[in-house]
Structures are given as structure tokens and as C-alpha cells.
Design a protein around this ligand. Structure first.
Ligand code: M6R
Length: 369
């Protein structure tokens, strides 16, 4: 039930802190990750030489974020593929391939077919899913449930942060099993993750009103671009998807480094551009590059909305709006940076008088190919 909320989406965005907290609950002890569902699977994780993540839409963007953590902590190469593309291109799969599917509903036909196909080809399969007993987890060798609670709005929000959380837990677990991640580094990551729910709550508390206000001013905007780099890149894609999905505004996400390879031609006076700025402490080199991207687009008249760490003043001279996120280690920033983008999409669609829970032409779970 919606309770006192104006929409399920508003309720579900407000539940993003719990979605993360509930997904990590019971999976840590003494700074170490213990995922009861994965007990007895050490041999599987020791034997793999490759991971392929298959998913669609928002779940695929969670997978793209997860790739950074999986590769960093496990040193196993990871590819992320849209499930419908994977299934139809004769991919190279072997007995040492682990295919990780991500699905909120657990019923997405494209993802299900990819999992079945991977199994037929002899791969091991692991499902990250939010719905207990759904079809995709039943077709998989292993399951890690996200505990975001039921998600009703068509636009996925709290499930997204829960999916990233589950992927990080998986990466920490596999990294430890394979002996490539130290107990110390794992404990540090665990404490970063434990701090995330309160930080998301702070973003909602401090920025929601501000974002809804300027989203209202932007109700007539024809197009919005999103730029991000490293883990901020999939967040740019997610920000764009959410906006097109519920506000019907043209939106595109780009890797910031790609700007000069084409997209900068789109920049004209007044073009709204969200930029996810990496941390100046944790990712100083990338932060500088992104700030210089901001300068380039600003010089061409773009209206810049920067999502930046608290205390990062370097963006101030070039940004029309600055949305603040609390400090976190770089890998954990996506869990914070996405929150203002979810609020923005919702604020803009609401300002246009649209039904944010039931956007046109879309279904919550796509059970046809
Ligand atoms: O249930 P799933 O996670 O498998 O759904 C995958 C996509 O259809 C879904 O994330 C879709 O992109 C959302 N509507 C995005 O908000």
C-alpha cells in the first residue's frame, strides 16, 4: 500500500536506505561477509575464470556498476551484457563461466532465456533477484536475494540500490574465497557499505525539496543529458533511463570521456546537462577531467547540474545547480549519486502532471521476448 505517499515511486525512493540496509542485514559478521545462501559453493567460485552479467534496463546498469567492484575485488574478468543481446549472438561460454543474472521481478523473459541458454551451454548460473521463488532464481545454481521489499512502480528505484549492494556483497565474498582480497580490505568495504543507508537518507533529507523545486522549473525542457565517468557512467545511463521512462523527455547518458568523440556537438545554449562528479579525494585525477568537461560544456552555454561530493568547491564556478552527496569511497558513490537522479525524474514527471507509477507503454515486468 502507498500509505501517505503520493505515489508508489515516492514511497519506494524513500525506502532506498532500507533497501540497502535490509540487503546487507545478516550478511556480515566481524567485518567479514557471510552469505548463507552461498555456503558450500566455494569450489564453484574457485573454479571460475570469467563472469558474464546478464540483465535488462536498470538491472543491467546495476550490473555495470557491479563490474567495477567484481573486477577490483575478485580479479576475475567481468562482461556485462543486455540479456536479449547475449542470447542471440553465440557467446563464448564454458564450464568455468559464471553467468550472473540480475532481475527485480525474476520474471523478465529476456533475462530468463539468457539464463536458460547459459545453463544449456554448461555455464554456472547465479541469480540476484528481489522476488522470492521467482522463475529466474529457480532456474539458477545459486541465488542471492536483494531485500528491497516489493517494488510496485514501473520505474525501478530501491531495487537498483539493492542490486548494487548484493553485487558488492557477492564480489567481497568471492574475493575472499579466492584469496585475492585481504580481510582488512574486505572489512573496510563492509564498513563503507554499512554507512550507506544513513548517507542515502541524508541525500533525501537535504536535497529532495531543492531538486523537486528545480525539476518543476524544468517541466518544459525538451532534452536532458547525463554525463558520468567510471562508476558514474552507469549512473548517468540510469538517470537518463528514469527520466525518459516517466517524464517522456528525451534523455541520454554518456561516458564523460566520450564527449569529445561526438556528443559535445549536441551542446547548445540552454541544454541541461547533469554531471556526476567523482570524488576529489578518492578519484582526484578523474575528478579533474570531469570538471574540465564541465568547463567545456559550460563554455558552450549548457546549463550544468552537478552531482558532487559535499565540500567539493571546484564545481561551484561552473555549475548552475549543485546537488550534494556525502563523502564515500569512490566505489560506493553510485549508491548515493543515483538518489538525486531518481528524485529529479520523479519531480519532473510530477510537475508535468504525469502518472509516475504507470508510465505509458510500459509494464512492471516484461514477460514477453
Ligand atoms: O524485473 P527486472 O529487474 O528484470 O526488470 C528489468 C527491466 O525491465 C527494468 O529494470 C526496467 O528497465 C525498469 N522499468 C527501469 O526503471
Amino acid at each position: 500500500e502507498k500509505g501517505g505517499w503520493s505515489s508508489f515511486m515516492a514511497k519506494e525512493v524513500s525506502e532506498e536506505p532500507e533497501a540497502v540496509a535490509n540487503t546487507i542485514r545478516g550478511r556480515f559478521s566481524d567485518g567479514a561477509v557471510t552469505i548463507p545462501e552461498l555456503d558450500g559453493l566455494d569450489e564453484l567460485f574457485l573454479g571460475i575464470d570469467r563472469v558474464i552479467v546478464v540483465a535488462c534496463g536498470t538491472a543491467a546498469y546495476a550490473g555495470m556498476v557491479g563490474k567495477y567492484a567484481l573486477e577490483q575485488w575478485t580479479r576475475v574478468p567481468v562482461d556485462v551484457e543486455l540479456a536479449h543481446e547475449f542470447r542471440y549472438r553465440d557467446p563464448v561460454i564454458g564450464p568455468n563461466t559464471l553467468v550472473v543474472s540480475i532481475s527485480q521481478s525474476g520474471e523478465t523473459m529476456d533475462t530468463l532465456m539468457a539464463v536458460k541458454y547459459a545453463r544449456e551451454q554448461g555455464a554456472k548460473t547465479l541469480s540476484i533477484c528481489n522476488t522470492q521463488g521467482a522463475t529466474i532464481p529457480r532456474e539458477s545454481d545459486a541465488i542471492v536475494y536483494t531485500h528491497a521489499g516489493p517494488e510496485v512502480a514501473v520505474a525501478s528505484t530501491k531495487a537498483f540500490v539493492a542490486q548494487i549492494t548484493a553485487l558488492y556483497l557477492l564480489a567481497l565474498h568471492v574475493g575472499r574465497v579466492r584469496g585475492v582480497l585481504s580481510a582488512e580490505d574486505s572489512a573496510e568495504a563492509v564498513s563503507e557499505l554499512e554507512a550507506i543507508p544513513a548517507k542515502i537518507a541524508r541525500v533525501i533529507e537535504t536535497e529532495q525539496e531543492h531538486i523537486e523545486q528545480f525539476a518543476g522549473w524544468m517541466a518544459d525542457t525538451a532534452s536532458v543529458l547525463f554525463l558520468g565517468r567510471h562508476v558514474g557512467y552507469p549512473i548517468a545511463l540510469e538517470g537518463a533511463l528514469k527520466l525518459k521512462e516517466i517524464s517522456y523527455i528525451h534523455a541520454e547518458g554518456f561516458a564523460a570521456g566520450e564527449l569529445k568523440h561526438g556528443p559535445i556537438a549536441l551542446i547548445e545554449p540552454g541544454q541541461a546537462v547533469f554531471v556526476i562528479v567523482p570524488s576529489p579525494r578518492g578519484a582526484a585525477e578523474l575528478q579533474k577531467k570531469v570538471v574540465s568537461n564541465i568547463q567545456e560544456i559550460r563554455a558552450r552555454g549548457a546549463r550544468v547540474i552537478a552531482v558532487a561530493e559535499e565540500g567539493d568547491v571546484s564545481v561551484l564556478p561552473f555549475a548552475d545547480e549543485v546537488l550534494r552527496i556525502p563523502l564515500a569511497a569512490p566505489l560506493f558513490e553510485p549508491l548515493l549519486a543515483v538518489v538525486p537522479l531518481h528524485i529529479f525524474a520523479m519531480g519532473l514527471a510530477t510537475a508535468k502532471g504525469l502518472d509516475v507509477d504507470q508510465p505509458r507503454n510500459l509494464a512492471k515486468s516484461v514477460t514477453v521476448e
